[in-house]
Design a protein around this ligand. Structure first.
Ligand code: 5AD
Ligand code: SF4
Length: 426
């Protein structure tokens, strides 16, 4: 979501006459779009801002701005702590970024604007242009979250759920397809609740169905889903829609019912496993990844073992595992029995050690197989092209002229730890 919001800001700024600087040192305006989901992300923001102090000392005329979730969470505190920062703007304010910069420039005043506006469309319609790929694009379908998982800061920094109009979404995708985009990734903090905040809207599964029909679209994906909201209609869509890729990211967070309850996740381990089973029934080759947290307050060794056992039971293709960190004002900050840092560290290591051979085995199973890859990046180093399979695995192939941006069949030669290596066969 943040990567895409940055694309949006870059597009707006280009329209206002700005150009991307080739290096940080040459920039007249430096904007940080920030993530607050875990403590480590927030620490990185302050550490980068600390380093920018020296740049501002050398060139006092530059403008430094902080946007996104840390800006939303910290507000004025950033201006107090960091005298070299000129501008702080929240998650609902990024459409106004060019105006903010102009105001700072004209008045040499420092600005902080973190109001929630719940405005999902910019004052003037623009298509945020993808930066990293000419064939893959993100499209925001909804913002915010109403779930209030007790560890999570997102509802506080992104506000309540607001869905965009399906007509606007479809119009945006049509324009992207006209520009040559082949793969669309729908974005939202909780895409499955799409439309539930408005009486005039279709369901998420219906939205997928309509997008699937658009001429020129080859691949459709979405992130992120909440397990409690995976409907039967959505599961059916996985079996029916040709463009919908056989991959889902379905954060489980914990394998223990006791911890899931404390997290306010609103599903049990067996509810979750049933959904996985149904997905695999309609799409046996579906790749599944997950997020999980170790060391949530009160997590005992027995709870943690339940998380290990769910990993063994599901056999995820990949996992993203995190040590719990307090994110005020999230509720779990007040929970007792915080887990010690060494224990969290040890649990994280055990989770990763358990998963590594599962991921490796799943990747190895692809050796010798022919898969479809959308080649969308060229890397000079090693003179190779890379792209992703429909199941979201990275595949590298020797660069061949003219194949960038193409959907090709690739025979997998070797499975490495984080990617696959193959040869183009057609
Ligand atoms: N501590 C650790 N991990 C967290 N996540 C969200 N909040 C926290 C927290 N307080 C993780 C969850 C979520 C992912 C984006 O970040 O696993 O799915
Ligand atoms: Fe956070 Fe839970 Fe909402 Fe996901 S569903 S953004 S974890 S509160």
């Amino acid at each position: 979501m943040n990567v895409h919001d940055s694309e949006y800001m870059a597009t707006l700024l280009e329209e206002a006459g700005y150009r991307e600087a080739s290096t940080l040192k040459k920039a007249d305006v430096i904007l940080l779009n920030t993530c607050a989901v875990r403590q480590k992300a927030e620490e990185k923001v302050y550490s980068l801002l600390g380093r920018l102090k020296f740049l501002k000392k050398k060139r006092p005329d530059i403008i430094i701005g902080v946007g996104g979730c840390v800006a939303q969470k910290e507000g004025e505190r950033i201006l107090k702590r960091m005298p070299h920062v000129d501008l702080v703007f929240g998650t609902h304010q990024f459409y106004h970024v060019a105006e903010f910069i102009e105001k700072v420039r004209q008045n040499r005043a420092r600005i902080c604007c973190v109001d929630f506006s719940y405005q999902l469309e910019p004052p003037r319609r623009i298509i945020p242009l993808p930066r990293e790929s000419k064939v893959r694009a993100y499209v925001t379908i909804m913002q915010g979250c109403n779930n209030f998982c007790t560890y999570c800061i997102v509802p506080y920094v992104r506000g309540r759920e607001v869905s965009r109009r399906s007509e606007d979404i479809i119009e945006e995708i049509k324009r992207l397809l006209d520009m040559g985009i082949k793969e669309v990734i729908l974005l939202g903090q909780n895409v499955n609740s799409y439309g539930q905040d408005r009486s005039d809207e279709i369901s998420f599964a219906e939205l997928l169905r309509r997008i699937n029909k658009l001429p020129g679209l080859k691949r459709l994906r979405f992130i992120t889903s909440h397990p409690k909201d995976i409907s039967k209609e959505l599961i059916r869509a996985f079996g029916e829609l040709e463009t919908l890729c056989e991959y889902i990211h379905l954060p489980v967070q914990s394998g223990s019912d006791r911890i899931l309850k404390m997290m306010n996740r609103k599903y049990t381990r067996s509810d979750y496993l049933r959904k996985i089973e149904s997905l695999r029934k309609v799409r046996p080759d579906i790749a599944i990844s997950t997020d999980l947290i170790v060391g949530f307050p009160g997590e005992t060794e027995a709870d943690f073992k339940e998380t290990l056992s769910i990993l063994k039971e599901v056999e995820y293709d990949t996992i993203f595992a995190f040590k719990y960190s307090d994110r005020p004002p999230a509720k779990a900050v007040t929970f007792k029995d915080k887990v010690r840092e060494e224990v969290k560290k040890e649990r994280l290591e055990r989770v990763l050690a358990l998963q590594a051979p599962i991921t490796e085995r799943k990747n190895k199973a692809l050796e010798g197989k022919v898969v479809e890859v959308l080649l969308d990046t060229y890397s000079k180093r090693g003179n190779q092209l890379s792209g992703r399979t429909r199941c979201h695995r990275v595949v590298n192939v020797a660069a061949e002229n003219g194949l960038l941006g193409q959907l090709v069949k690739v025979k997998i030669k070797e499975a490495l730890a984080h990617s696959l290596r193959g040869e183009v066969v057609s």
